[in-house]
Ligand binder design. Structure first.
Ligand SMILES: NC(=O)c1ccc[n+]([C@@H]2O[C@H](COP(=O)([O-])OP(=O)(O)OC[C@H]3O[C@@H](n4cnc5c(N)ncnc54)[C@H](O)[C@@H]3O)[C@@H](O)[C@H]2O)c1
Length: 337
């Protein structure tokens, strides 16, 4: 069996989840770590017995790895992924794959040209609830999907935006709640709708962080997909806690409602309530499926099969978010200073 040599770039918050999953995966070893903050790279290097780098060029020149995990701020995903893939490395990139949809498309093309795998961390597709919902939709037992609603209301405070140089900035984060915290929900909405986006009408605004950040803390949108499914989305960082994501899927013969539990309403029948084991840990509202996604990515590499959330699949939510920002900007609906 092939053992893949993994490198992780960006040793901040989310990297711990990648390191943990890599450590437990017998298809790979952690060969290298990289961060511009030397202490962060050194700490992870000593923890995982890996080589430390402080910039990507040195790590790419060293070249002794097969897979790059990109856990850096958003604006770095595209250039880092392209540099690594052009060196023949497989890439597993944190969401979003790129800030701009056209760059996400170029990333897919770059993966194809170099015959490498590109995966995007939309781990919530692996949550038991998501898998169950998708299986009901695909089985057609509720008929066609007609409409989808997604609501994300989380709690972010000043310290979140003051703790680094990229959150809340347009050039580095590329947007706020829509491209960052709620992107998983937008991805699930389009996955369940099962079609490419046709049109988006949206509003973005700053409320709690008016005058403090450049990006939006609140966004709402109405989507239409090419297959006729309509959708409503609301996301905000101005609530008092990180509530569970609310998803509602209206179908021809019933509906599916996910909040704390999952309820399936089949016309004329009693509702089915499914409860799933809660994700453990402080950040349980992220979902706990990174390990499942990372294991599947390495499974795809070793079996030579397609990874399901590849560059093309991973760019669909970015296309919607770009349309949200375009519509909000073109209609001059952003408000707040
Ligand atoms: N999938 C999820 O549920 C999830 C959850 C949280 C964050 N994320 C994503 O993970 C990514 C990182 O988020 P985070 O919260 O870990 O951020 P973070 O700020 O905690 O970590 C980013 C790290 O990248 C390093 N870095 C910055 N520039 C670099 C460079 N040029 N070269 C090497 N290292 C560099 C920083 O020093 C920092 O250690 C983002 O894309 C974010 O959206 C995903």
């Amino acid at each position: 069996m092939d053992i893949f040599r993994a490198a992780v770039i960006g040793c901040g918050n989310i990297s711990s989840v990648h390191f943990d999953a890599l450590k437990k995966n017998n298809k790979c070893v952690i060969a290298a770590v990289c961060d511009i903050i030397k202490e962060r790279a050194d700490k992870k290097a000593s923890e995982y017995n890996a080589k430390a780098f402080y910039n990507i060029d040195d790590m790419l020149e060293w070249n002794q790895f097969d897979v790059l995990h990109i856990c850096t701020p958003h604006y770095l995903h595209f250039p880092m992924a392209v540099s690594a893939m052009n060196k023949g490395k497989h890439v597993l990139c944190e969401k979003p794959p790129a800030i701009k949809y056209h760059d996400a498309v170029k990333m897919s093309e770059c993966a194809a040209e170099n015959k490498v795998h590109l995966g995007v961390c939309f781990q919530n597709r692996y949550n038991a609830q998501s898998v169950y919902i998708k299986s009901i939709i695909d089985s057609w037992e509720l008929g066609d999907v007609k409409a989808v609603k997604g609501i994300v209301t989380w709690d972010r405070r000043d310290n979140y935006f003051n703790s680094d140089d990229w959150h809340g900035t347009l050039d580095k984060e590329g947007g706020g709640v829509a491209i960052n915290q709620a992107l998983h929900t937008i991805d699930l909405m389009q996955w369940f709708a099962g079609s490419d986006i046709e049109s988006v009408k949206a509003t973005i605004s700053r409320k709690r962080f008016r005058g403090k950040i450049e990006t939006e803390d609140t966004a709402d949108a109405v989507f239409e997909f090419k297959n006729g499914v309509t959708a409503m989305f609301f996301g905000s960082l101005c609530f008092a806690e990180n509530s569970p994501v609310f998803l509602e899927i209206i179908c021809e013969k019933g509906k599916i409602v996910m909040y704390d539990e999952l309820n399936i309403y089949r016309n004329g029948k009693e509702k089915e309530t499914v409860t799933f084991k809660k994700a453990s840990g402080e950040k349980s509202y992220w979902g706990s499926s990174h390990k499942l996604l990372i294991d599947d990515f390495y499974g795809a590499l070793s079996e030579g099969r397609k990874f399901s959330i590849d560059g093309s699949e991973g760019s669909k939510a970015v296309k919607i978010v770009n349309a949200i920002y375009d519509d909000a900007e073109n209609n001059n609906v952003i408000n707040g200073g």
